[in-house]
Write a protein that binds this ligand. Structure first.
Ligand SMILES: [Zn+2]
Length: 400
C-alpha cells in the first residue's frame, strides 16, 4: 500500500547530507513538494510535478509537512498530579526536588492498570500533537519492583526506554545515598536492564554528585545500556563533564553552563538537549541556545513532560518558547525538535523526510513550519502518519 502526499506547500526535509541511511542532515525545506509513503517508510520525495503514481493520493492543498517530532526527554510513567504545587510555585514558592517524592508515593501505590492507562493517555496526547518518537524514563518507582514495572510499561510503547533509578534518593534511604546507589547499580539494574535502552542520572546539587553519577552510568554501560544525563539544570555543576566523559548521547537541561562546558560539548558527540518548557513552568531563566549554536554544539529540544517541573507534552509549545525566549530561528527550533531529537536518541531513521526514513509525517493546518511559533498555543495538527499508518487526521483533511 503506497500513499502519495502531494501539493505540499512547504516540506521540511532535514535531508541527509550523504544519502539514505545516514540520518538527518541540515535544516532544509522544499516548496511545491510531494512524498510517497510505501509501507512503513518514505519511498520518494521531490517536486509535486514529478510525483510518481501511488495507490492513494492525499492532496495537502498547500499545507506544510514536517518530520514527526522526536521528543527525546519525557517522564511518562507516574500516578497522581501536582497542580497545587504548580499553583504555589506561581504564587512565589521556589521549585525544589522534594515534590518528586509525592509522585513516587503515588506511583508505588498505583496498580499496573492505572499506570498503563496514564502512560497511554499521555502517549496518545503526544501523537495527536505530532510527536511520533518519544523517550520515556522510569524514576518514580525507586524500588526494584517499581522501577522494573515502570520500564516494562514504557517498553510497551517505545523502544527508547530509559532507566532512571538515580532520579533522587527515596525517603527510606534518607542519609544513605551510598546504600541506595548499591541498589541502583545492583539488583535494580539487573531487574531493569532487560527493558531499557538507556541509563540516566540526575547529576545536580541535592541529587547525585559527579563521582556518583559516573558510577551509575558505568554500571549501566557494563550491562549494555547507553548513557544520558540530567545536567546543569538548577545551577553550574559537573553534569556536562560527566556526560561527555561517559560518551553520553545527550546532556539534558544545560541551563547553567560555563565556557568550559560549552567547549566540552562542542568537541564531543554529546547533544545538548534544551527543555524550555521547564523554565517556562518553573519561571526560571532559559538556557543560552545562541551560545551553544554559536560554538557548534548540536542542540535538541524536548518537553521533559513530567507531573512536577513541566507538565506539557507539546513539542509545538517548546518550539515557540525556543524561538521567542531563547533566540532560536524558527528553522533552528524545528530542526532541534525533529533532527536534533533523533541525534539525541542516536536514531538514523527518524527526524527527516527522505527516501529510507521511517514514514513519520506531520501535516500542519498551516502553510509553513513558522506557524508553530507564529501561532503559539493553537492546535495546528492536520494529520499524522506514524510508520506509514495514518494515526491522526482532522475529518476535513482527507475528504478530497
Ligand atoms: Zn527530566
Amino acid at each position: 500500500m503506497s500513499t502519495l502526499i502531494t501539493n505540499i506547500g512547504e516540506m521540511v526535509t532535514n535531508a541527509p547530507a550523504d544519502g539514505p541511511g545516514d540520518g538527518p542532515g541540515e535544516f532544509a525545506v522544499r516548496t511545491a513538494a510531494a512524498l510517497v509513503i510505501d509501507g512503513g517508510t518514505i519511498a520518494w520525495t521531490g517536486p509535486a510535478g514529478r510525483a510518481p503514481a501511488a495507490d492513494e493520493i492525499v492532496d495537502a492543498r498547500g499545507r506544510a509537512v514536517l518530520p514527526g517530532f522526536v521528543d527525546s526527554h519525557a517522564h511518562l510513567v507516574f500516578a497522581g498530579e501536582r497542580g497545587a504545587e504548580f499553583a504555589a510555585r506561581m504564587a512565589g514558592q521556589p521549585y525544589t526536588a522534594g515534590g518528586i517524592t509525592a509522585t513516587v508515593m503515588a506511583t508505588r501505590a498505583a496498580s499496573d492498570v492505572t499506570l498503563r492507562a496514564g502512560l497511554r493517555r499521555l502517549a496518545d496526547e503526544m501523537l495527536r500533537q505530532g510527536t511520533t518518537t518519544y523517550e520515556c524514563k522510569s524514576g518514580y518507582g525507586l524500588t526494584v519492583r517499581d522501577e522494573a514495572r515502570s520500564l516494562m510499561l514504557a517498553a510497551e510503547i517505545t523502544p527508547e526506554a530509559t532507566y532512571l533509578g538515580a532520579h533522587v534518593v527515596p525517603p527510606e534511604f534518607a542519609g544513605d545515598t551510598a546504600g541506595y546507589l548499591d541498589l541502583v547499580c545492583g539488583p535494580m539494574l539487573d531487574a531493569c536492564a532487560p527493558y531499557a535502552r538507556w541509563i540516566d542520572v540526575f547529576c545536580e546539587d541535592g541529587a547525585f554528585g559527579a563521582g556518583e553519577a559516573a558510577a551509575v552510568l558505568a554500571a549501566g554501560q557494563a550491562r549494555g545500556l547507553l548513557p544520558r544525563v540530567h545536567a546543569n539544570q538548577l545551577g553550574p555543576g559537573p553534569g556536562v563533564r560527566v556526560a561527555v566523559q561517559a560518551g553520553a548521547a545527550s546532556a539534558d537541561h544545560c541551563t547553567y553552563l560555563t565556557a568550559a562546558d560549552v567547549d566540552l560539548l562542542a568537541s564531543s558527540g554529546t547533544v545538548a538537549t534544551l527543555l524550555p518548557g521547564v523554565e517556562f513552568s518553573c519561571r526560571q531563566p532559559y538556557p543560552d541556545a545562541r551560545r551553544l549554536l554559536g560554538a557548534g554544539v548540536t542542540v535538541a529540544i524536548a518537553t521533559d513532560c513530567n507531573p512536577g517541573s513541566c507538565y506539557t507534552s507539546s513539542m509545538a509549545l517548546c518550539v515557540a518558547l525556543a524561538v521567542r525566549e531563547m533566540g532560536m530561528t524558527t528553522g533552528e527550533a524545528v530542526w532541534s525538535a525533529t533532527a536534533g531529537g533523533a541525534r539525541a536518541l542516536r536514531r538514523a531513521d527518524v527526524g527527516y523526510l527522505g527516501a529510507g526514513a521511517r514514514a513519520d509525517v506531520l501535516m500542519l493546518d498551516a502553510p509553513s513550519h513558522t506557524y508553530l511559533a507564529y501561532r503559539p498555543g493553537v492546535p495546528l495538527t492536520a494529520a499524522v502518519w506514524r510508520e506509514g499508518r495514518l494515526a491522526v487526521a482532522r475529518p476535513q483533511i482527507l475528504a478530497g
